[in-house]
Design a binder for this molecule. Structure first.
Ligand code: HEM
Length: 552
């Protein structure tokens, strides 16, 4: 109320100043008038933001109070996850990172934001629609009822049950991955795991989405999908933070070209068209399971709904798992004890590489699960906070929205940096140490004390790589299956270590850097909607004659 009153007063002052400006137009130098007008407007704007903005009492960098440019600059430098740790150290568990955005860093805030029926996705997600206004998909729908409907349609495609039917297709793609590793090992070449895992991820999701063999692992034709996903993601992450930047789209096109983006869209179109000409029920895929509810379009045309879901599905399923898998290979090549323990678990649980399938034996590999979780803790596949805001229905009902004890004004977007939270020493002691054991029960038989139990519960609640609540990842079962099969089968057929010399350093930090990238044994991530990375470079050696099982 007070702030709207002040806004009216400021507007009145501004108008008086403008009228005065008109009156003095006889002054010979009009530049002076423009300058005075501009200075006054700026002074009024700054005073308004400092004195009356509903978020004025939240701490944060001075510039972030006035403009989204501060946060957008961090996104552009691809380091906002690293900076959020520094900001939380400086300002505490809540930081104002933009005029209308707050980031939090506590287990309580995670529950208050992501597990809260009064909350919906923030309006920033509209920027993740094609062109910033296109048809909403499951991921960027804001309306809760519309989201529920979409989720009911798509969740069965990637459920645990669906994965039982889909596993042979995943297996086939994984076989190609292993054969490629074998060939590199026979040619004594080291392997950069980032492109290998990216191509595996895309091939798997292409099969699941439209029963289509993209074969990016073995042929170059559709590899542009991987680059296209990255280009789209880099731009979207800027718009996700500051929608104004979309006006520069033609400039980005001019500098970067649209080759990758157009190639990505062309490949998706090829897949959909090929699938639409095949009988629907003949393949177990997204198209067969979901196209009854998502109108596929007139014969020969792809509907906007199907297109929006397909573009997201390919990107979500293809890139996230590849980040986690590259991270797992990175950490195993740096931590010999973890490598030895995991290799021993895999090699004693199964009798042959052919037995490594979904089921109780794979589930019994507790250390494998711990390695996956520890990797996703240290190097989560999504770095940008998932922005949320109070649902309009809750605002209309006059309900309060409280996060970690703070009353959040309507229209404010709030989020948690998964990276910062998962590196908070109060939840994860020695947060930069890769220690899968933290996810396992202790071996000794001494019962857990109350404080140990509390610490374990708190650690679990602060581990959120898939997010939580009704907008959490729908593809979790698929992701765990893909990561488990890939790592277990690789360790069955091969031993690996980091490449010798400088090549072996790829993927790690550079000692001496003070920007959060100074840790040699931390897998370096570059912030974007789809996280970017490079490496590790690894040398593979086949184990005995086990490789002969592979279908070359
Ligand atoms: C390690 C692998 C993965 C990680 C860490 C991950 C993480 C996430 C996160 C954090 C979200 C919520 C994002 C937000 O709120 O902005 C999300 C949403 C989603 N993910 Fe994943 N994801 C992974 C793999 C997959 C896979 C393989 C699929 C399957 C194609 C998938 C499908 C989805 C879908 C459909 C949503 C939207 C859910 C909704 O809004 O209802 N994800 N994922």
């Amino acid at each position: 109320m007070a702030s709207s009153l002040l806004a009216v007063v400021f507007a009145a002052i501004l108008n008086i100043v403008r009228i005065l400006g008109l009156l003095v137009r006889r002054v010979p130098d009009p530049r002076l008038i423009v300058l005075t007008d501009w200075l006054l407007q700026t002074a009024l704007f700054v005073s308004f933001r400092l004195l009356t903005h509903p978020l004025r009492n939240f701490p944060g960098p001075f510039l972030a109070r006035f403009t989204h440019a501060y946060g957008a600059f961090l996104v552009w430098r691809r380091c906002s996850h690293l900076t959020s740790i520094q900001l939380h150290k400086k300002y505490g568990p809540v930081v104002r990172i933009a005029p209308d955005r707050l980031i939090f860093n506590s287990a309580t805030a995670v529950q208050d934001i992501y597990h809260n029926p009064r909350v919906t996705k923030g309006r920033a997600y509209v920027q993740l629609r094609q062109g910033g206004q296109g048809t909403p998909n499951l991921f960027n729908t804001l309306d809760k009822e519309e989201h529920r409907k979409k989720r009911r349609i798509i969740a069965p495609v990637i459920s645990e049950r669906s994965m039982r039917v889909f596993e042979p297709d995943m297996w086939q793609q994984l076989e190609a991955f292993l054969v490629q590793l074998l060939q590199s090992s026979q040619q004594n070449q080291f392997v950069n795991m980032t492109p290998r895992c990216e191509r595996l991820g895309v091939d798997v999701v292409g099969k699941l989405a439209f029963g289509y063999s993209l074969n990016t692992q073995t042929e170059p034709i559709h590899r542009v999908i991987v680059e296209g996903i990255k280009t789209r993601s880099n731009r979207s992450s800027l718009y996700f933070f500051w929608s104004f930047l979309r006006v520069f789209e033609p400039v980005f096109d001019w500098f970067e070209g649209r080759h990758d983006l157009d190639g990505f869209y062309r490949s998706v179109k090829t897949m959909i068209e090929a699938r639409m000409s095949t009988p629907k029920e003949s393949i177990h895929d997204f198209y067969a399971l979901a196209s009854g509810d998502i109108a596929p379009g007139e014969p020969g045309l792809i509907s906007k709904d199907l297109w929006a879901e397909a573009v997201f599905f390919i990107a979500a399923g293809g890139s996230t798992t590849s980040t986690a898998m590259s991270g797992i290979f990175f950490y195993l090549s740096r931590y010999p004890d973890a490598y030895a323990r995991l290799a021993s678990e895999i090699r004693t649980t199964f009798f042959s590489g052919r037995d490594i399938r979904q089921g109780p034996q794979l589930s019994s590999c507790k250390y494998l699960r711990a390695v996956i979780e520890e990797t996703m803790r240290m190097s989560p596949s999504t770095l940008a906070p998932g922005w949320r805001e109070q649902d309009p229905a809750s605002v209309a009902a006059g309900e309060p929205f409280i996060v970690d004890g703070h009353v959040i004004p309507p229209g404010t977007q709030v989020g948690v940096s998964t990276y910062a939270l998962q590196h908070d020493a109060s939840y994860f002691p020695d947060p930069y140490e890769f220690r899968p054991e933290r996810w396992l029960p202790t071996n000794d038989n001494t019962p857990e004390s109350d404080s140990e139990k509390d610490a374990r519960v708190l650690m679990r609640r602060s581990f959120v790589p898939f997010s939580i609540g009704d907008r959490s990842c729908a593809g979790k079962a698929m992701a765990y299956l893909e990561m488990s099969l890939t790592v277990a089968r690789t360790l069955w057929y091969f031993d690996f270590q980091k490449a010798p010399g400088n090549a072996g350093m790829l993927g790690g930090g550079r000692p001496g850097r003070s920007d959060g990238r100074g840790r040699r044994d931390e897998f370096q991530l570059y912030d974007s909607i789809v996280v970017d990375h490079d490496g590790p470079n690894l040398v593979f050696t086949p184990r005995g004659d086990f490789w002969k099982e592979l279908e070359i």
